[in-house]
Write a protein that binds this ligand. Structure first.
Ligand SMILES: [Zn+2]
Length: 227
């Protein structure tokens, strides 16, 4: 009897198993940012520099700050990125807030011994939030920590801009929209874990990976980008 059909069946089964396994791995791969961040050593963090200034308390690593940062301090190219972005003439993300009002809080420690990796810009509730540069709305995302958030890619899709704690989105805004510099994309609020009496924009910048996933990248201090 010819065993060839059995062999073919085995090969087909093995291939199916492999594909199924790959699919399962891909499905589970989404929280990679969470795992990377969890792996960051608390011992390597700086002491709280200005903890009293902490305006929000990002509880979820992926959703609030978007960016895994293990080894961030060892990446000398990030300073170059900040300088390059600063040279683009970006607009401030909150209407009528001057650059002189910016307070650096990138290294402030939040809950879970994590760094803030963002900047908080105070403004009255419902103050317009605008795109700091032209680009694409990568994702409108609602999370427990960030509340109503927007992930925007820059025109080169090397960087993402993250706007959180929005009171609401601009009417009609949706994933994939092209936006212009200065276009209103949302409004300042306290959604997510922002104190209800302290409306502010939590704003972050990160360099995307080659995969260009809106949820992962290397954070860049927005203070260096915007000031
Ligand atoms: Zn914040």
């Amino acid at each position: 009897m010819n065993t060839r059909p059995d062999f073919k069946y085995l090969v087909a089964s093995a291939m199916f198993g492999f594909i199924l396994g790959a699919f399962v791995v891909a499905s589970l791969g989404t929280p990679s940012a969470f795992r990377q961040r969890a792996a960051a050593s608390p011992a390597s963090r700086a002491a709280p520099r200005d903890a009293a200034n902490a305006l929000d308390d990002p509880g979820s690593p992926v959703l609030e700050a978007a960016a895994p940062t293990a080894g961030r301090s060892g990446d000398p190219t990030i300073a170059t990125d900040a300088g390059s972005l600063q040279g683009r003439g970006l607009t401030m993300p909150v209407k009528d807030v001057p650059r002189t009002a910016l307070v650096q809080s990138f290294h402030d420690v939040r809950s879970g011994n994590r760094e803030h990796e963002a900047i908080d810009i105070l403004a009255p509730r419902n103050t317009p939030v605008v795109a700091i540069e032209e680009g694409t709305i990568a994702k409108l995302f609602v999370s427990k920590a960030g509340g109503n958030t927007i992930y925007q890619f820059d025109p080169t899709e090397q960087y993402a801009y993250y706007y959180a704690h929005l009171e609401r989105y601009a009417d009609g805004l949706k994933d994939g929209d092209k936006v212009q510099k200065g276009q209103v994309i949302g409004f300042v609020g306290t959604s997510g874990n922002a104190p209800k009496d302290t409306p502010h924009l939590h704003f972050a910048v990160f360099r995307l990976t080659a995969a260009k996933h809106w949820w992962e990248g290397t954070p860049i201090d927005p203070y260096d980008v915007l000031r």
